[in-house]
Structures are given as C-alpha cells and as structure tokens.
Ligand binder design. Sequence first.
Ligand SMILES: [Zn+2]
Length: 295
Amino acid sequence: MSIRLGAALVDVVSEMSFPEGPPHELLVGLPEDAVTRQLDWFAPHYYDPASSFMISSIHTWVVRLAGKIILIDTCVGNDKPRPAFEFIHELSLPYLERLAEVGVEPGDVDYVMCTHLHLDHVGWNTRLVGDRWVPTFPHAEYIFSRDDYAHWEPDTGAGRDDPINENVFADSVAPIAASGQMRLVDSGYSPVDGLTLVSAPGHTPGHSVVRLTSEGQSGVFFGDLMHSPLQVAYPQVNSIFCLDQARAATTRREILERAARDGDLLFSAHFPSPHSGRVSADGDAFRFHPRTPDE
Ligand SMILES: [Zn+2]
C-alpha cells in the first residue's frame, strides 16, 4: 500500500491515534461555526461528532528514494518520561514491529529527518538500553535544523525551559550528538537528490518541511504547520503550540498556495488516516482532498 510519487515509495508507520479534544481547544481563533460548516468532509475521519473531539495521529513517514531509506519524524518513542502529557508518558508501543511490517529494520535506515525538535517528532531517535538512551538507528545520519537545535539547546537556547519539551533534548537529541550521527543543517539541505529540508518557521523557530520532487511529481512533508485539516479551510488558524503565531500563519499560507498551484501531495504529521492529500484554492482559503488509496 505504498504511495508512489515519481521514483519514490512512501509508507506510513503509525505510532498512535487518539482523541485530540474539541477543535476550539487546540486551534486558536477557529470560527465558532467552522466545524458545522466543514462537517461534510471533516467527519468521520477527522472528527467524531458524538464526542465533539478531533481525532489525531502520530506517525512516521518512510521514504525510499535512490536506494536509500529515509524516516521523516520519529513520534514519541517508548519509555520516554513525559510527565506533562499523561497519555504519552512512558509509552510501550510496537512501533519497531510496525516499521518491520513495511520492510524496515533499524539497521537499514540511512537518514532520519526531523521537521522540528518537539517531543512527538524526535522520540524514536533513541531507545532505552539498560539505563542509557542510544540511537535507535545505528547506521543513520540524523538531520536537524540548526535553528531548531539552537532554540532547544539546554545551555543557551530560548526554549530550554519550555515545559512542553521537558527531558526531550536530553533523551532524544543529545545522545545523537554524542554518537556523532547528528548533522545540523540550514534550509536547502538535501541528503538525497530529490529530498530537501526547507525552512518553514513559526511553529518553532527552526521548523522545516521536507520537499520531495521526483520525475515531475512533488510532495511536502509539512510537520506541524497544520495539526488538523480544518487549517486548510482556515489557514490563518494556528495551534496553541505555535510559538510565533503570526509567522506560523504566513508560512502555512505560503505552503498551501504553492501546493494548490503545483499539485503537491501534502503529507501530514498528525492527520489521521489517510494522513495525506492535496489542496485546491477555494476563494481566500483552500479545500482539502484526502488521498484515495488508488491515487
Ligand atoms: Zn507534532
């Protein structure tokens, strides 16, 4: 069930899907009537009308391109102490077994790319062996935005005391630096021809998207530019987790405008299945078209 995009094959590995809560609690300034206006496509995949809760997902994208295996975002991880978020505190989930189901063993992974360094995008960078956090993917180069690394860096980073990322740098980023597998990059870095990390700031200072281009087709792994497909219809609406609200909204609109113009396939970090889709312009906003399995 891989997605083919040019010469690239893309698979999704799910860590978890969960009730996110009411849309208005996550999405800042969402119009009161947004859910009822969009209900024809928003439910049932993305929203449960019975509970009035959105449904969210945490997953990794696996890209095979030019003989390489690349993971994009690595979820929450097992055993990670996350006391501020009870539902993901010290998880024990069969993520690596699900990775094996798409034919990937940890030793096979060539590159890990993180759109940003929030807790739910770096977790499987490491795993617990005895009392030590070690890189989960022993042969991979891990690619992080230099700006995001600087933001979370525990001595001087502006975000070092942000409670959302308590313990995260120490257990999921620092061990990668210590093992020599980390590469800090600026916007435009391509580990593989056709796959490029591009700065898309706002959600975090170094938040980036990963652009895929192959044989005339294009896709964008857009990280946390959007938590819900409602933000396609309301691109000015940020999540409560966007650190620079104005910048996040500007960046989101730029990515959506380009996707509508160029036909980019958009790969989410948090939309539940089918996780990806395309957009078209719709007046001053956009319309979301979830990907169908035969696309
Ligand atoms: Zn996230």
